[in-house]
Design a protein around this ligand. Sequence first.
Ligand SMILES: [Zn+2]
Ligand SMILES: [Zn+2]
Length: 56
Amino acid sequence: MMPKKAENCISCAVKLTGTGFTRFPCPDCGEVIGRCAKCRGQSNPYKCPKCGFIGP
Ligand SMILES: [Zn+2]
Ligand SMILES: [Zn+2]
């Protein structure tokens, strides 16, 4: 089952609460991707769960 809205960080799966996290659509397919402040700050790579796009 695929969530419609990104509730968790795509990289570390932490719940996205408070401030500092970001949500953005996949550049390739538009799937909403969420990233926590930590992974964002470290520029951890992410992979789109839908199309497999890997981005910074
Ligand atoms: Zn994270
Ligand atoms: Zn995608």
